[in-house]
Ligand binder design. Structure first.
Ligand code: FAD
Length: 380
């Protein structure tokens, strides 16, 4: 039986695309090498930050606003609570990149925010010990998503809408010469009009390295605060980003959402330890967690307690850290979505909508020119 679309990889982006395609009445086959919402790729660890004042580039703001709408729709359709609004706090030097760019992005798109400065920061958030010259941008609508639950909800509704989803089955090769595509897996061969490649950190293998993507190893640590979790409860404490002392990779974290013994999840955005999904060292070492604690405790001294849990994850970095979304540079029957550069999850709901547009119509009305695969394809 031939299908309309085969989705290679059912992680954050593939699960969302499968739902949008199935809801449009397309015959969808999704193929995933592991189980649903597994912990081997980029989309595990219990929480993902979502925020609107996008300091990385204001281009993303219309997309994230649509993503919020679609996450809320997914909650309604699945009956699950997936998106929790806690507010978000970006803390750093008043003149530093993080604070200035967050304010600029928020002003440009009328995103609700307020700036808290100096000692007012610790009056409002007692666990924050600001440095001299610090300011904090508080963004009202920031919060966090439950990534595994989001993926399960996308998959369950996709399946309900008629998508055929295969797990524990690995795509070994695909061929898109001529009309349509043929996909060979560890268990069989399937054909379709169109192939969507959403392989996350496996994108280099699935796309034969046509894009200069670098996979990096990241570590998340759950730190038990020395104050206990009470001052960090999500009712009063937001998700946060803290500039590091050289203005480089920010540390970030979440409120206490894992119960009294669960600790506070924290990490440093963008460790540069290059790896591949096969070679990544999945063991967490003392030096990994020490680096996180040392950076976070500078402005949050209570985050100097025991590390109760830690886990590795992978980013797939594009050279300019913007996503890669569009038609395959060589095959018009193939669409790619990769290189989410450590900030893709919050967009997964809208990326699913975009990918369904591209796979069925070849174009989308969403603003995605920034993500064009043509900009650095090595395959021209
Ligand atoms: C520690 C960490 C923290 C992060 N924090 C945030 C955050 O706070 N906010 C945010 O927005 N983003 C965040 N991100 C980034 C975000 O999680 C990723 O951008 C996003 O999850 C990428 O989704 P994906 O679908 O591309 O990859 P994945 O979800 O990994 O999915 C790819 C899937 O393809 C499957 N696959 C690959 N090859 C094959 C094959 N040959 N056959 C069958 N299946 C295959 C894989 O098994 C996998 O399930 C974070 C990432 C990490 C690692």
């Amino acid at each position: 039986m031939s299908r309309d679309v085969i989705v290679l990889g059912l992680g954050a982006m593939g699960s969302a695309a499968a739902l949008h395609l199935a809801e449009r009445g397309k015959r969808v086959l999704g193929i995933e090498q592991f189980s649903a919402a597994h912990d081997q790729g980029s989309s595990h660890g219990g929480s993902r930050m979502i925020r609107q004042a996008y300091f990385e580039s204001p281009h993303y703001i219309p997309l994230v606003l649509r993503a919020y709408e679609l996450w809320r729709k997914l909650e309604r359709d699945s009956g699950k609570r997936l998106l929790h609004i806690t507010g978000g706090l970006n803390i750093g030097s008043r003149d530093g990149e993080l604070v200035r760019r967050t304010i600029a992005a928020a002003e440009q798109h009328a995103i609700p925010f307020e700036v808290v400065e100096g000692s007012a920061i610790s009056r409002r958030f007692p666990v924050v010990a600001p440095l001299t010259g610090d300011a904090a941008v508080h963004e009202t609508n920031a919060g966090y998503l439950l990534p595994e639950e989001c993926i399960r909800a996308h998959l369950a509704l996709a399946s309900h809408a008629g998508a055929e989803l295969l797990f524990e089955e690995t795509v070994l090769s695909w061929n898109a010469e001529g009309d349509g595509v043929e996909v060979r897996t560890s268990k069989g061969t399937y054909s379709a009009e169109h192939l969507l490649i959403t392989a996350g950190p496996w994108a280099n293998q699935a796309l034969h390295e046509i894009f200069p993507l670098r996979v990096t190893r990241q570590v998340m640590a759950w730190i038990q605060p020395t104050t206990g979790v009470r001052p960090f409860l999500p009712e009063s404490f937001p998700v946060f980003l803290c500039e590091d002392l050289d203005g480089g990779f920010p540390g970030y974290g979440f409120p206490a959402i894992d119960g009294p013994a669960g600790g506070i999840k924290a990490a440093i955005h963008g460790s540069d330890w290059q790896c591949s999904p096969e070679s990544v060292d999945r063991e967490v070492h003392q030096a990994d967690v020490r680096r996180i604690v040392e950076q976070l405790r500078v402005r949050m001294p209570a985050l100097d307690g025991e590390v109760v849990r830690a886990k590795t994850c992978m980013y797939t970095m594009s050279p300019d850290e913007h996503f890669v979304i569009g038609l395959h540079p060589r095959f018009s029957s193939c669409t790619v979505a990769c290189g989410f550069s450590g900030h893709g999850f919050k967009f997964a709901s809208v990326v699913g909508e975009i990918l369904a547009d591209l796979a069925t119509k070849g174009s989308t009305s969403h603003p995605i020119s920034l993500f064009s695969p043509q900009r650095f394809s090595c395959d021209q």
